[in-house]
Each structure stands twice: as C-alpha cells, then as structure tokens.
Design a protein around this ligand. Structure first.
Ligand SMILES: NC(=O)c1ccc[n+]([C@@H]2O[C@H](COP(=O)([O-])OP(=O)(O)OC[C@H]3O[C@@H](n4cnc5c(N)ncnc54)[C@H](O)[C@@H]3O)[C@@H](O)[C@H]2O)c1
Length: 251
C-alpha cells in the first residue's frame, strides 16, 4: 500500500468523475479520505461506500468551494476528526460554455470561483497544518484548455484553469521549504457517466477520435497520475503541470 494511513482531503469527491476515482484509488492504497462535495448526501454516501469497500476510515463533508467559510469549516471538521491533512486534492470545477460577448457577470464569477478561487481557499485553509507537520502533497486539477484554449465558449473556464497552473507554481516555490509539494494535473477530455448526458454520442466519438492514443481517457487515468505524484516516488516533483491527454496536446 502506497498511502497507508495518509489523510486525504478531496474537493468534489462525490461526482461520477475524477474526484471519486481519486478517493477510491487513494483508499485502495490505504489512505483515509475526507470526501467533500457541494452535494451533502452524495459526499456521505460515497464516504460510507469507501469505508465498506476498502476498510479505511472515510468521512463525507458538505463543502461548496466557492464559499471560503464553508471551506474553513470543512477543513476544521477534518482536522478535528483526523488531527492532520497530508494530501489535498483540489478537484472541484465547473463550466458554463458561452461566447465571451454572452458571458454574464454571474457565470464568470461561478466558473472563476469554482475552478480558481476554490483552489486558493482550500490551499489557504489546509496549509497551516501542513506547514506545522513539515509535510504535505497538493494536487490541483486544471485542464489542458488552460494551455491551448478551447473552441466553443470556454474563455472563462480556460482562463481559470490557466490561473490554477500559475497559482500552483507560485505556491510550490513558497512551500517547498516545508517539504510540501504542489503540482497540477491537466487532463484533456475524460469520459465519465455524465458525458453522454451533455454531448451527443457522435460528438463524443469525434472528440476521442482526435486523440492519438486509441482509447477513451477515464477518471482512473487521472487518479493514477495523482497517486504517483503524492506517493514517496513523486517526492522530488513540485511546481509541475502533468498533462493526461492521450497525446492530444504535447509541448
Ligand atoms: N471530465 C473532463 O473531461 C475534464 C477535463 C479536464 C479537466 N477536468 C476537471 O476535472 C475536475 C473534475 O471534473 P469531472 O468531470 O470529473 O467532474 P464530476 O463529474 O466528477 O463532478 C463534478 C462534481 O463537482 C461538484 N461540485 C460542483 N461545484 C462545486 C462546488 N462549488 N464546490 C464543491 N463541489 C462542487 C459536484 O457536486 C459534482 O459532484 C474539474 O476540475 C474539471 O474542470 C475534467
């Protein structure tokens, strides 16, 4: 087991996608997981299922990352229960595709606050305990659109995700002295069970056909990358953005 006894705090950990895959992958490797999500009941039910399936401790907490008070409360609750947080995964993100001329103030704020401000709020809340223990692993989930842009009304989303990469690099420089690493993972299109409810099947096939590696990327591809970065093997990697794209974007 590569994460035995490590306490992991995951945002948006109860969706069908990357967050839940990380919670499960880390639990399989022996970590205790704090599954937070804006959706309270789903956080609790995912935490309960993880406890049963993997025999680790798990706790569900309602946490809307756009609200700094909610974030502070959730971190406080996790620290009260486990005494420390070793790994922070900032996975929460949202998108409301719209052309720039049509983006309302409200939509702009929602996307920027969920993807970027939420990442900042969670790091700020968790860092004092990581600094105190001289250990921490932070993974911030961005998107390859933060490098290359994306057609179809994603300016706010791509800007937020580019911000996550820059924020993470600066954070990594600040906290390396405390043996804390901070890295970004930038996935491209990742298949989850909500995808067919958003895009028609032909559109999904078209998007995946443009990716050189011939399979549909799945949440576990991202979770396994995170697992390496937070494990002992990834100790000396910090301030990096690792792309999980099946080769759809290269630099
Ligand atoms: N799926 C992809 O193709 C893809 C590609 C690149 C990047 N990403 C990024 O990966 C992350 C996870 O995406 P996913 O597609 O796996 O999502 P997902 O389908 O697992 O779930 C979204 C979850 O986020 C939660 N959530 C939404 N707003 C929240 C908030 N304000 N606070 C807390 N929780 C909130 C929802 O309740 C839901 O459980 C996001 O940051 C996303 O931008 C996804």
């Amino acid at each position: 087991m590569r994460l035995k006894g490590k306490i992991t705090f995951i945002t948006a950990g109860a969706g069908a996608g990357i967050g839940q895959a990380m919670a499960r992958t880390f639990a399989r490797e022996g970590a205790h997981v704090v599954v937070t999500d804006a959706h309270k009941e789903r956080s609790n039910s995912v935490a309960e299922a993880i406890k049963k399936e993997y025999g680790v401790d798990a706790m569900g907490i309602k946490c809307d990352v756009t609200d700094p008070n909610d974030v502070n409360m959730a971190v406080h609750q996790a620290l009260e229960r486990f005494g420390r947080i070793d790994i922070l995964i900032n996975n929460a993100g949202t998108n409301r595709p719209s052309q720039v001329i049509d983006i309302t103030d409200k939509t702009w704020e929602l996307v920027i606050n969920t993807c970027l401000s939420g990442t900042f709020y969670c790091c700020r809340a968790v860092l004092p305990s990581m600094i105190k223990q001289r250990y921490g692993r932070i993974i911030n989930i961005s998107s390859v659109s933060g490098f290359m842009g994306l057609k179809g009304g994603h300016a706010h989303y791509a800007a937020a995700k580019a911000g996550v990469m820059a924020f993470t690099r600066c954070l990594a420089m600040e906290v390396a002295q405390y043996y804390i690493t901070a890295n970004t993972i930038a996935p491209s299109f990742i298949y989850n069970k909500f995808i067919p409810t958003i895009y028609p099947e032909e559109e999904i096939d078209r998007m995946f056909n443009e990716i050189p590696y011939p399979k549909k990327g799945v949440p576990e591809d991202v979770a396994n990358t995170a697992l390496f970065l937070v494990s002992d093997e990834g100790e000396y990697i910090t301030g990096q953005t690792i792309c999980v794209t099946g080769g759809s974007w290269m630099r």
